[in-house]
Design a protein around this ligand. Structure first.
Ligand code: GSH
Length: 208
């Protein structure tokens, strides 16, 4: 069975939990607790040392976008995460990469220990960049065409957008009314059972 190394509150693991649910694949959560993520055993499996990490038989891989693209190609009979049309596929990848590369790292909890040493106001830094990037993402999603980021089916772009908005709301108290298209996509997505089941608060051991 597919194994996903995950932490309850990890937004990057949340992306893949969502993708697995949308594709209706059976999987087992390999929960990392406390300092396990920084321990030698996990580093031997995943030298990047981050979550998520996927094991599917002999296939072992890090990086949420690579994992989601792998799942889509390895299980083509399951509901797709990427459209077939190459222009539509490029758009879904572009939205996904914008969030994963241009927002995610700027608000990663991995920054916190360094920020503490420097006296930088972590919360102000993260809120500034999330808002800057959400303004741009909002423009990318307008005018809205369909229920989700791209059309009326959930795609990889939504699997990246939903965890980012969850973080913005729950960790950084961002007022989403300034971003109506992003908010609408998020609200439509969280009504879907597979998305609701992937939420951090539904994971065992979630502490906030
Ligand atoms: N680009 C990676 C990012 C992975 C990542 O940053 N994961 C976070 C949790 S959301 C993490 O493990 N942070 C711990 C750290 O940076 O030390 C992906 O998409 O999988």
């Amino acid at each position: 069975m597919i194994q996903l190394y995950t932490r309850a509150a990890s937004s990057c693991a949340f992306r893949v939990r969502m993708a697995l649910g949308i594709k209706k694949l059976k999987w087992e959560a390999m929960m990392l607790h406390g300092e396990e993520q920084n321990g030698q055993t996990y580093r031997e499996l995943n030298p990047q040392g981050l979550v998520p990490f996927l094991v599917d038989g002999n296939a072992k891989m890090a990086q949420s976008l690579a994992i989601m693209e792998y799942l889509d190609e390895a299980y083509p009979e399951a509901p797709p995460l990427l459209p077939r049309d190459i222009v539509a596929k490029a758009r879904v990848r572009s939205i996904s990469l914008f969030i994963a590369s241009e927002i995610g790292p700027l608000q990663n909890t991995g920054l916190d220990s360094y920020f503490k040493q420097t006296g930088v106001d972590t919360m102000a830094f993260k809120r500034y960049w999330i808002k800057d990037r959400f303004e741009r993402l909002e423009k990318m999603l307008q005018p809205k065409q369909g229920r989700y980021s791209h059309g009326d089916s959930i795609t990889m772009a939504d699997c990246v957008l939903v965890p980012q908005v969850w973080n913005a709301l729950n960790r950084y108290s961002i007022d989403m009314s300034a971003y109506p298209a992003i908010k609408e996509v998020y609200e439509n997505c969280i009504q879907v059972d597979a998305v609701a089941a992937a939420m951090p608060q539904q994971q065992p051991g979630f502490t906030g």
